[in-house]
Design a protein around this ligand. Structure first.
Ligand code: ZN
Length: 63
């Protein structure tokens, strides 16, 4: 069975170099994601790996 992988993507720059804080004792707290590319912090969307290219294309259209 082939499952689609989901990855986090930065909504600002479209980078997938997202650092996800390790889940620990503070698992109840919402931990922000961190973009290594533009240093944006927040809760980033998770999209299908196959949709990453499309996501980036849409980002470029906006700017
Ligand atoms: Zn970014």
């Amino acid at each position: 069975m082939k499952k689609e992988r989901y990855i986090k993507i930065c909504p600002h720059c479209g980078s997938t170099g997202i650092r996800i804080p390790p889940a620990g004792m503070d698992i109840r707290m919402t931990q922000p994601d961190y973009c290594e590319s533009c240093h944006n912090r927040g809760i980033f969307p998770e999209i299908k790996e196959s949709e990453v290219a499309e996501f980036k294309k849409n980002l470029k259209k906006k700017s």
